[in-house]
Ligand binder design. Structure first.
Ligand code: KIV
Ligand code: ZN
Length: 527
């Protein structure tokens, strides 16, 4: 048994809350957060280790790449149920069913909009027709798996009578989980609580299904609403790591879990989450999606456990509980720890990567370890962030269509900046070109555009240092728009120009991956 498993509270007789993670589906719908197959697999494995009960792996009808990702995750993950999303159409449900039918535990999640505004303007369908479609498609999903979830989309804005009718019909058709989403983040906690209470009281057979909450954060109420739903009778919560998702995002998994963990007096429930894996998981998701976690974000933000005011510092030094309601260790925060050094062996290196939820195969581990030794010569102090950078480089190397081979930049206050870039393409060939620009970064990006023949609009470019000191690793994040799609790329190096070139290339590679993934996409996503 892993150390963190031993330290978790024993659930005892407490009722269990099902943690349904939708980072790979709703979370991936965050603008610019698209992930490739390898990255999705990394996250799925980290979620399995974290102890989530259900992983919603994607929306298979959206593209061949999404189908493949869900199918692969379903075949590799055995410690959690793997769910696939489908609209109430034959094609969607069959595709989702095919993707998860051979999973150790597979679920098809069928949804259909039910609120008046969605019925009239989006679906242009009457209530009876919507119920008919829900029933037909839940039954179809049951032909693939016995675990079927039904979601009346925009449930919180749906007329209570119609909501009860459609939910009852879906249950009778074979749905085993009923999820009532606050799709647009409009509900308030008392309303959302009352909706569950009312449904559970009035729908016959309500106790035979699992009731589920799914909240968006448009008014900043997603976590509060999810917890209110639990008080109203929900026993599954749908959430994402770091709260990423459509628009303002979804309810943050780490916040829900720690609220339950910390306020057992109000929420006497158990979850299967190993809370010490929360910070590593958060960092992995942030690293792979390129979506930064705000400094003051609850639980996993850089400042979540930092005490600035003298009076607070004094209090914490005297007795930690004066200003800390949770301990940083409980969420897996090991602050600025000098983790490894020149004399650390491969075994210790691998173990620390595993603790950080970073999985590398043997070949990638060897490459990362070699680079670690080189880094140890450059940098006296090696932190978790450095290890994450090394692992990410390997993950990226495995996936990139173009890789940076060499970079030569000339710049100064006089004359035109010039960059010469050499890339290795997917066939292994080396290609070199040079360009001028308004400064060294502009010149590098222009040279990469020429080499990859992909021209995208640069929306933002940021550089920051990941660790302290002169030898710190620099992190560059580039956001591009290509064919109306936002993509992000992240690059790390002790040299910020190299980090910038890597970030730009990572974004360009993502443009190429998305283009490949969506080739042959059949069904437009309008309903
Ligand atoms: O927000 C929502 O309504 C959804 C459904 C597909 C469950 O994401
Ligand atoms: Zn959603």
């Amino acid at each position: 048994m892993a150390t963190d498993e031993k330290t978790q509270p024993v659930p005892g007789d407490k009722p269990r809350l099902i943690i349904f993670d939708t980072t790979l589906r709703d979370g991936e719908q965050s603008p610019g957060a698209s992930l490739n197959l390898q990255e999705k697999l990394e996250i799925a494995h980290a979620l399995e280790q974290l102890g989530v009960d259900v992983i919603e792996a994607g929306f298979p009808i959206t593209s061949p790449g999404d189908f493949e990702a869900v199918r692969t995750i379903a075949s590799e993950i055995t410690g959690a149920t793997v769910a696939a999303l489908a609209r109430c159409t034959d094609k969607d449900v069959r595709r989702a069913g095919e993707a998860v039918r051979y999973a150790a535990r597979g679920r098809v999640h069928v949804f259909c909009a039910t609120s008046k505004i969605h019925r009239e303007f989006k679906l242009k369908k009457a209530k009876e027709e919507i119920i008919r479609l829900a029933v037909q498609n839940v039954k179809l999903a049951r032909e693939y798996v016995s675990d079927v979830e039904f979601s009346p989309e925009d449930a919180s804005r749906t007329e209570p009578d119609f909501l009860a009718d459609i939910v009852q019909a879906a249950m009778e058709a074979g749905a085993t989980t009923i999820n009532c989403p606050d799709t647009v983040g409009y509900a308030t906690p008392p309303e959302y609580l009352a909706m569950f209470k009312d449904l559970i009281a009035r729908v016959p057979g309500a106790k035979d299904v699992v009731w589920s909450a799914h909240c968006h954060d448009d008014l900043g109420l997603a976590v509060a609403n999810s917890l209110a739903a639990v008080l109203g009778g929900a026993r599954q919560i749908e959430c994402t790591i770091n709260g990423i998702g459509e628009r303002a995002g979804n309810a943050a998994l780490e916040e829900i879990v720690m609220a339950i963990h910390t306020r057992q007096d109000r929420f006497p429930f158990a979850t299967g989450i190993h809370t010490r894996r929360l910070v590593p998981c958060s960092r992995l998701v942030s690293m792979l999606t390129g979506l930064h976690v705000q400094r003051n974000k609850a639980i996993v933000g850089e400042n979540a456990f930092a005490h600035e005011a003298g009076i607070h510092q004094d209090g914490v030094l005297k007795e930690r509980r004066t200003y800390e309601i949770m301990s940083p260790e409980d969420v897996g925060l090991v602050r600025n720890t000098l983790v490894l050094g020149k004399h650390s062996g491969r075994h210790a290196f691998r173990q620390r990567l595993e603790e950080l939820s970073l999985r590398l195969d043997e070949a990638a581990l060897d490459r990362a370890f070699e680079k670690f030794k080189v880094l140890c010569d450059k940098k006296k102090e090696i932190y978790d962030e450095d290890l994450e950078a090394l692992a990410e480089e390997q993950l990226a190397t495995d996936n990139q269509l173009f890789q940076l081979k060499a970079l030569q930049v000339m710049a100064g206050t006089q004359g035109v900046a010039t960059a010469m870039v050499t890339l290795v393409d997917s066939t292994g060939a080396q290609i070199t070109d040079a360009a001028t620009g308004d400064g060294p970064v502009d010149a590098m990006f222009a040279a990469i555009q020429r080499l990859t023949r992909i021209s995208a609009r640069l929306d933002s470019y940021q550089v920051r240092s990941l660790t302290g000191g002169r030898e710190a690793q620099g992190e560059a994040i580039v956001e591009l728009t290509h064919s109306d799609r936002k993509v992000r790329g992240r690059g790390l190096s002790t040299d910020i120009l190299e980090a910038s070139a890597k970030a730009y290339l990572a974004a360009i590679n993502r443009v190429r991956t998305i283009a490949r993934r969506t080739v042959g996409q059949g069904t437009p996503l309008e309903e």
